[in-house]
Every structure is written in C-alpha cells, then in structure tokens.
Design a protein. Structure first.
Length: 155
C-alpha cells in the first residue's frame, strides 16, 4: 500500500512534509543530541491548507522540554487552524509515559496529553500521525485514536 493511499495526501505534499521535518530536525536543540523534526497540517477557517514546522528544544537535563508537536499545535491555535495530521521524524526511544518502544518515535506523553486537551478545537478528531524513523526510514501511519490506544490512553 502506498503512503499516498493511507494518508490521502499527494506524493508532492508528503515529500514536502518529509523535507520540512528534515529541515526542522537539523535545527533541533537537545543537550543529549536527541533531535526531532515535525510538520503538522490542517485547514484554515477559509479552507486553505496550512503547514507548521517544529523542532524539539531541551537545553539541559533540568530545563523543560518544548517538543516540535507542541510548537505546531500552538502555532495552529494562533492561526485558527484545526490540524488534521502530524509527521514526526526522529530516531526511536522508549516512551517515558507508557514505557513502550516502537520502530518509530511516537509523540511523547506530554504531547499526547496536549493533543487530547485540544481535541476538536485544534486537533481534528480523525487526525493522522505519520512517524518516520530517521535512521532506517521505517514509517508508521496511525489515526490519533489508534496512537492513544497503543499507549493505553483514551482519545
């Protein structure tokens, strides 16, 4: 099955999302060199497709993290956009909330909590999440409700 078929996005749009996430990941800042690049997309109130780019930031072990997904959601909220999808590009690590390790990095527990809190207002109920392993290029596409269920959380 083609990624285009699973996401409903054109190949050109998908390529643009991956390139954008690669660019964001290159600008990510982490004291432990853990780099995450994200892209999010959705419709503006006028029906125009809008895109948002984010990267993780964590300057020290003691400093708060600011994930790319969080930055995307804040930007979408300011723009009045309801997000219909997220793309996360990174190397996987165990999830701090659920303890699970997948072949791709899922949004973290704090991001999932923010997504649940913004459900309907900023994050569409049927939003999709595309996760890509930056090392192996393995890809996973999930509906938000599937992502939450995998981590033992409600959507």
């Amino acid at each position: 099955m083609l990624l285009e078929d699973v996401t409903g996005l054109s190949n050109d749009t998908l390529l643009g999302l991956v390139v954008g996430a690669m660019d964001a990941r290159a600008r990510a800042h982490s004291y432990r060199n853990f780099r995450v690049g994200t892209m999010a997309w959705g419709l503006s109130p006028s029906g125009e497709m809008k895109f948002f780019k984010g990267a993780n930031t964590k300057h020290s072990c003691e400093s708060p993290k600011d994930c790319g997904e969080m930055k995307d959601m804040r930007a979408a909220h300011r723009a009045g956009v309801i997000l219909t999808g997220f793309l996360v590009l990174a190397e996987p690590q165990p999830d701090h909330g659920s303890g699970l390790l997948f072949k791709t990095l899922h949004p973290c527990e704090a991001c999932r909590k923010m997504m649940r809190g913004l459900k309907g207002a900023v994050v569409h109920e049927d939003a999709r999440v595309i996760t890509i392993n930056a090392r192996t290029c393995e890809c996973q596409v999930l509906y938000m409700r599937e992502l939450m269920r995998l981590h033992g959380e409600r959507w």
